[in-house]
Design a protein around this ligand. Structure first.
Ligand code: MN
Length: 464
């Protein structure tokens, strides 16, 4: 069976069709009315049947095919064409390209449930909006090159506790500007602390140097990504370029400032730079950028822009998803199993909340892991898991997303005892043990856990 059949009225439509289907001329059989069009398409290598578009016999000749595309410029003809096709189509799926809004068509798609109507302008607008952003990105990249091309050594400066977005953007900048570690190192005044971020550095083989104030003079230019000068504790003598998505700060000078608070991640801005410049990106860079957008937007759970979603899906096809998973769930020490078993055995359920307390933990990151797991228990809307790390109690809270905001509940429950906050469906509290009821050895005990459970449930019910 032939791959495609198409009803077509113009040469330009036929050409666009060929290109968007990724088809060779001989893959398509056209039904046309105009003699000129017939000649052109035949010369091009396509099979063509010519006749009145109202005539059923035309479609009998045209079909069957794997799919029939109807591309009619003149909308008044559409009704007649659809009538002809309806009787002859057999099993062939039909796609109708509409060059005006569906509401303006002389036919009601509901009267033709066998056909799939596609408003072309609407479909095109998403990609067109992206292309407009890429056109703008070219200007940004040109400005950035003007500033940095002559600089021998450029420092990419990240936030004090570098996170995936900053790290990925640093890597992307190097690809964009065709530089290496040696001429464009990434650095920070602080250290990476989160286990997932350390895992990202290890798995993707990233390199980060610790910067001190006196080193800054060794660089010809400084670029900040995913942060702005006022966010740092150190005062900078100068900064040349800033690319960020945090709220715009106005108390600093830089020759280049691309700050877009509407974006969910700075990585999205860098993806637009890379795509606008048609830079080939490798799997490692795609993985870093994808992970950056995933974490900064909590899996697109936070407010995001079209640009973030677009960048996310573009990266998804190019990234190593196994590595992303590995970074998100760092390998756990073996004794975690025992700890989880104990915690689960004593788990308590009340008001659709699962509570579990792990007691002393060697690593903080196993607490949220169990919280994720507990949320999957049937009928539960919330999970709240605690662990004692040093002289603090860490609590991870998760919910199913369509209930109260986790961040607000945790703040109401524990804000006065320690630091507490978070987002819609995940939140965290860190409470110094001294602010909690403890046993005679100053250790967390059942009394402690009862206390935090009661406070959590009270906050959930809206009691003070
Ligand atoms: Mn960010």
């Amino acid at each position: 069976m032939r791959k495609y059949a198409a009803v077509c009225q113009s040469r330009s439509h036929a050409e666009i069709l060929l290109q968007s289907l990724g088809a060779q001329p001989q893959d398509i059989k056209f039904a046309v009315e105009s003699e000129t069009l017939e000649r052109t398409l035949k010369r091009n290598g396509s099979d063509v049947v010519r006749g009145s578009l109202r005539d059923r016999a035309l479609y009998r000749e045209l079909l069957p095919a794997e799919v029939l595309v109807v591309s009619i410029r003149d909308k008044r003809r559409l009704r007649g064409v659809l009538e002809g096709i309806r009787r002859e189509r057999g099993e062939t799926p039909v796609l109708v390209l509409c060059f005006q809004p569906i509401a303006d068509l002389p036919v009601d798609p509901e009267d033709h449930p066998w056909a799939h109507f596609v408003p072309v302008g609407d479909r095109f607008s998403t990609t067109l909006r992206a292309d407009i952003r890429f056109a703008g990105a070219k200007t940004w990249v040109r400005k950035l090159r003007e500033i940095l091309d002559d600089a021998g050594r450029v420092l990419i400066l990240l936030q004090d506790d570098p996170d995936p977005d900053g790290l990925a953007c640093g890597l992307a900048l190097r690809s964009l500007l065709g530089r290496k570690r040696s001429t464009m190192p990434m650095g920070s005044f602080g250290n990476v602390t989160r286990p997932e971020n350390l895992e990202m550095i290890r798995i993707l083989d990233l390199d980060l140097i610790k910067v001190a104030d006196e080193d800054l003079g060794n660089y010809d230019a400084i670029v900040m990504v995913d942060t702005q000068p006022p966010h740092l504790r150190h005062k900078l003598p100068r900064v040349d370029a800033v690319i960020d998505h945090h709220p715009t700060q106005s108390t600093y000078e830089a020759r280049f400032r691309d700050v877009r608070p509407a974006y969910g991640a700075t990585a999205t801005i860098l993806v637009e730079y890379l795509r606008a410049e048609r830079i080939k990106i490798n799997e490692r860079l795609a993985t870093a950028l994808l992970y950056a957008i995933r974490t900064d937007t909590l899996l697109l759970d936070r407010p995001v822009s079209h640009a973030d979603v677009e960048a996310f899906s573009w990266l998804f096809a190019r990234a190593n998803i196994n590595q992303v998973r590995r970074i998100e769930r760092p390998a756990l020490p073996l004794e975690t199993l025992e700890l989880f078993a104990e915690g689960l055995k004593k788990a308590r359920m009340e008001d659709k909340v699962v509570f579990s307390h792990l007691g002393e933990v060697s690593r903080e990151d196993i607490v949220p892991q169990l919280a994720d797991f507990c949320l999957q228990v049937e009928g539960m809307d919330w999970s709240a898991v605690s662990g004692v790390c040093g002289n603090e109690l860490v609590m991870s809270v998760r919910n199913v997303g369509f209930v109260q905001k986790a961040g607000s509940v945790v703040k109401a429950a524990f804000g006065s005892l320690g630091s507490a906050g978070g987002h819609r469906s995940m939140a965290k509290a860190v409470i110094p043990l001294e602010n909690l009821p403890l046993d005679e050895h100053a250790k967390a005990c059942d009394k402690t856990y009862r206390f935090i459970e009661d406070r959590f449930l009270a906050a959930l019910r809206g009691e003070e």
